[in-house]
Design a protein around this ligand. Structure first.
Ligand code: NAD
Length: 401
């Protein structure tokens, strides 16, 4: 049993902390948000993630998982501190590292024993060294520590499954002993472990996300060409996907990528490249296609309805993908705003994200299910591929519209 502190109880931190507790470790999860910690202590989750609530309750009951806002309390006995704070998009696409800086400073000020600081947040190449500098500068007395990069590859919606069955664990550090100690924490998961240097580990995360985003933009470009030529992109993707060099995943044409990771990570990688005097042409195209894809749906709406003024448009699904309530950079938000700006009335339904969506989608009328959205609508846009939309009674929908 290891003693672990997780800093930041968002989608990554809460899953990481809970899963490590479930693997038998003693975990204290910390957040600066008093509201988040307060509700977690009552057994209420601040985010939706399938299976997580039950797992949190079970591990809290077994006294392996606890929550706090106090760095002193969280670090008192900790061997590892996992940083899982947000790294949102900053100015010009650069990653905003203010939360990582604050977390590093707080860890430095509160640590009283040797510590391995593990960075799970997605951070620009070189951040691990920068975190080490911050901790060294802010320590009140010199206490040994190491920084290890352990980028997170979990997907919202299947985060527990992904944590427990990772495709790989990537660890980067100048201190190989520390990297191997972090590897030991993951041994029972029986995943391939890549141990490398800090910068390479940080880059692996960006390169992975950029590649997946590229696949999405690629199939969207193919979809647009298919549409013009009368081919079916779904069949094209299926036919391509059997080739093991290509693979079937991430070849689903649609509204383009959204969410809390791909948009900001592709931008941040392009920014890093530009700062180094490189021209990230492929990344630029990936972003351009993604932007165009969202615009495309408005063009299609106009094509079908003429002017959108006074028309009622229904959105089925609001979250950026199924099985999450995460609304960050969800295409639905941009689409709703665009059609509202042209005078349309917008109605919407999402199985779990309506509460989160309400705050970001002013003027959108939330409905209890897909059929209520369809009632009197001139057009329905399927924004999120939730399973429950796969078996909708299309005849009934048509009648209601
Ligand atoms: P999030 O916004 O859901 O959670 C971040 C949490 O950190 C919040 O609860 C916030 O209150 C807390 N926080 C901020 N500053 C803090 C501080 N100084 N001390 C303690 N807590 C603090 O973020 P997330 O989606 O979990 O993402 C975290 C990181 O993991 C990001 O870098 C992201 O790019 C990366 N990542 C996310 C995913 C994903 O699917 N969400 C997947 C892989 C990697």
């Amino acid at each position: 049993m290891k003693k672990i502190c997780v800093v930041g109880v968002g989608y990554v931190g809460l899953v990481t902390g809970t899963c490590f507790a479930d693997l038998g470790n003693r975990v204290i999860a910390l957040d600066i948000s008093e509201e988040r910690i307060e509700i977690l202590k009552k057994g209420i989750l601040p985010i939706y993630e399938p299976g997580l609530e039950e797992m949190v309750k079970r591990n809290v009951a077994a006294e392996r998982l606890d929550f706090t806002t106090s760095y002193q309390e969280a670090l008192e006995n900790a061997d590892f501190a996992f940083i899982a704070v947000g790294t949102p998009e900053g100015v010009d696409g650069e990653a905003d590292l203010q939360y990582v800086r604050a977390a590093a400073e707080s860890i430095a000020e509160a640590m009283t024993r040797p510590l391995i600081i593990v960075n799970k947040s997605t951070v620009p190449v070189g951040t691990g060294d920068w975190v080490a500098d911050i901790v060294r500068a802010k320590q009140t007395q010199p206490i040994p520590f190491s920084v290890v990069s352990c980028p997170e590859f979990l997907r919202e919606g299947s985060a527990i499954q992904d944590f427990m069955n990772p495709s790989r664990i990537v660890l980067g550090s100048l201190d190989k002993d520390a990297a191997h100690k972090v590897a030991d924490l993951h041994l029972s998961l029986r995943a391939p472990i890549v141990v490398t240097d800090l910068r390479t580990a940080e880059m692996i995360k960006y390169a992975s996300n950029a590649f997946l985003a590229t696949k999405i933009s690629f199939i969207n470009e193919i979809a647009n060409i298919c549409e013009a030529l009368g081919a079916d992109v779904k069949e094209v993707a299926a036919g391509m996907g059997y080739d093991p060099r290509i693979g079937r995943s991430f070849l689903d044409a649609g509204l383009g990528y959204g969410g809390s990771c791909f948009p900001k990570d592709v931008k941040a990688l392009a920014f890093m490249a530009t700062v180094q005097g490189k021209h990230p042409q492929l990344l630029q195209s990936v972003m351009d296609i993604n932007k165009y894809q969202r615009r495309q749906v408005i063009l299609k709406a106009r094509e079908l309805l003429g002017s959108l003024k006074g028309k009622t448009i229904g959105l089925l699904g609001l979250a950026f993908k199924p099985n999450t309530d995460d609304m960050r950079d969800a295409p639905s938000v941009e689409i709703a705003r665009a059609v509202q700006a042209e005078g349309a009335v917008v109605k919407a339904y999402d199985p779990v994200a309506m509460h989160a969506a309400e705050r970001m989608m002013s003027g959108v009328q939330m409905r209890a299910n897909a059929y209520e959205v369809a009632e009197g609508a001139d057009l329905l846009i399927l924004c999120t591929e939730w399973n429950e939309f796969k078996q909708l009674d299309l005849g009934r929908l048509k009648q209601l519209m």
